[in-house]
Write a protein that binds this ligand. Sequence first.
Ligand SMILES: C[S@@+](CC[C@H](N)C(=O)[O-])C[C@H]1O[C@@H](n2cnc3c(N)ncnc32)[C@H](O)[C@@H]1O
Length: 258
Amino acid sequence: MKKLTDPQRREAFELLKKHLGDRKKKTPHEILEIGIGDGANLEYYPENSSLTALDMNESFEPYLKEHLKNYPEIRYRRKVIAMAENMVGVEDSSIDIVVCTYTLCSVTSIPSVLKEVKRVLKPGGKFLFLEHVSYPKSDWNYLLQVAVAPLWSPYLGGCKVKQRTGEEIRKIGFSNVDMDTTYDEKLLLFSRPQLLGKLFRPERDSNFLYLINEIRFGCVSHILDSQLEVYSFGVFCISPTGEFDSYSFLHLAPFNST
Ligand SMILES: C[S@@+](CC[C@H](N)C(=O)[O-])C[C@H]1O[C@@H](n2cnc3c(N)ncnc32)[C@H](O)[C@@H]1O
C-alpha cells in the first residue's frame, strides 16, 4: 500500500511545505500524526520535525520506533494511545501540524476527529489530510464501491470504502480549506479517488458560539461548537455542496457579537 501511494504522499507533503514558508526558526515543527501506524510518512516530514504519534492501536509503536531509526533527524517526543475522536493527552493549541493519511476512512466519527484537530492545533496551525474517498454518486464506479462495501469493511479493519470525507470537512466549517480529489489509474479501482487537502486553524478565532449543523428531514442530528472565522449574519440555509436536494442541510450560526 505504501509503495502504491508514495506519489500521493509526496504530493501531500509538497503541498504542506509550500505553506510552511521559509522557516529558519530554531523551534521545531510540533507534528501530531493521527493513525500513524508504522510511520509510512516519515520520509516526507519537513526538516526540524518533532513528532507526537497517536494511534488507537498500541501495537504500532515497536514498528514505528524501528522505522524512526532511519530518520534520526526527527525528534520523537512521545506516543499517545487514544482514539482520534478523543485525543486525551494532547493539549489544546499545542500542535503546529496535524497529519492524517488513510485514517479518516476508519474512524467512527469524522466530525469528532475534526473537532479534536481544531482543538489541538495552535492558531495558524495546519491540518494535512490524504484519504481515499467515495466516488461521486453519479459515477458508475460508485456502484462498485456500494457493492464491495459490505465485504471491504470487515476485511480491512473497519475501513469504509465510500467515506464522504470532503463533505464532512466542508460541513464542519473550517476556513482556509483547500482540497482536491484525484484519480490515479495505478491505484486500485475501489479506493482510487484520493482526497488531498490542507486547512489552517485561523490565527484569530471569532466569537461564534454554535453551529447547528445538519438538520436533516427536520431533525437536528448534532450541535457542534464552532470557531468559524467570518460570518456576519445570523441564519442561513445552504447545503455544503451548494445544492439543495432531499439531503440539504440547514446551518444556523449566531451573530458575531463584535
Ligand atoms: C490504514 S492505516 C494508515 C496508517 C498510516 N497513516 C498510513 O498512511 O499508512 C490506519 C491507522 O489508523 C489507526 N486508526 C484507525 N482508526 C483510528 C481511530 N479512530 N483513532 C486512532 N487511530 C485510528 C489504525 O490503528 C491504523 O494504524
